[in-house]
Unconditional design. Structure first.
Length: 277
């Protein structure tokens, strides 16, 4: 009889204890706290080609109360971004972070200015995230996106390289062409083309020469360019020859060496180019 009375009392005591010790609520802000590393893509009105950078890092810190976060990001190119009071929403491992803050940027420490920025981010893990900063007042509207991994070669290497182009015929050098441009276009599938902008003088002027080239990554991270058999058109003139070159791993510098014969010209023109992006 006493045992029968004891069982319901024990159950009630257990339930009472559970109600006094509720399961602690996990707040989304604490779930996204951490350091995120990857690469950045900067897009703005004045450039058709995004600017990319590897080895980027930003930090997310839960603020007091655990309801909001602070996001800090420093870019060697674009300056410092600080967003506080950013809201965090989401469940089941996918979280959204939104907020606004300030960015400080400039050409040097003495010429920096502060601009308004907004942040939107989607976070699943340290290896699956996207942070996007929008700065409307800079360069016609600047958008910087940070995501995991390394930037694809199609973005790192593609672009217009400006530098000096030297020509020689049978060892006799011509006047160098300053501010010459070479455009490298690397598609997502790896297909690569190189365009040497019009160069020469008078009767020796050639229109743009576009060549399909092979792109090979070297052990040191640089890239080699090659076109062993050029057969293309520069305007109305058929151009034959060969080409080789290199691009630095970060896509900042391009060198090209080409031996070409325009039309029926019996002699080879050697073209040497070195430029930066």
């Amino acid at each position: 009889m006493r045992l029968t009375r004891f069982i319901p009392v024990a159950v009630m005591a257990t339930l009472a204890a559970m109600s006094c010790n509720p399961v602690e609520e996990i707040k989304p802000a604490t779930e996204v706290t951490g350091t995120y590393s990857g690469w950045s893509k900067a897009e703005f009105q004045y450039s058709p080609t995004p600017m990319v950078s590897n080895t980027q890092t930003l930090t997310v810190t839960a603020e007091e109360g655990g309801e909001t976060v602070a996001v800090s990001y420093t870019s060697d190119t674009w300056g410092t971004f600080t967003v506080t009071g950013a809201a965090v929403t989401g469940t089941d491992g996918t979280y959204t972070v939104t907020g606004s803050g300030k960015t400080v940027m400039g050409m040097s420490a003495d010429s920096q200015s502060e601009y308004d920025c907004t942040l939107s981010a989607t976070i699943k893990s340290a290896d699956d995230f996207t942070f996007t900063f929008d700065i409307p007042a800079v360069m016609g509207g600047l958008k910087i996106t940070v995501q995991p991994g390394e930037a694809p070669a199609s973005l790192v290497l593609s672009g217009t390289y400006t530098g000096t182009l030297n020509m020689s015929v049978m060892g006799s050098a011509m006047d160098p062409v300053e501010n010459a441009t070479v455009v490298l276009d690397v598609a997502d599938d790896g297909k690569t083309s190189l365009t040497i902008s019009s160069f020469g003088m008078g009767m020796m002027t050639l229109e743009d020469i576009t060549v399909d080239v092979t792109l090979t990554e070297s052990a040191d991270g640089t890239y080699a360019l090659a076109a062993e058999s050029i057969d293309t058109m520069a305007g109305d003139i058929n151009v034959t020859g060969s080409l080789s070159g290199t691009v630095t791993a970060d896509g900042s510098k391009l060198t090209v060496s080409a031996d070409i014969k325009p039309g029926a010209m019996p002699m080879t023109i050697n073209v040497e180019f070195e430029g930066t992006k």
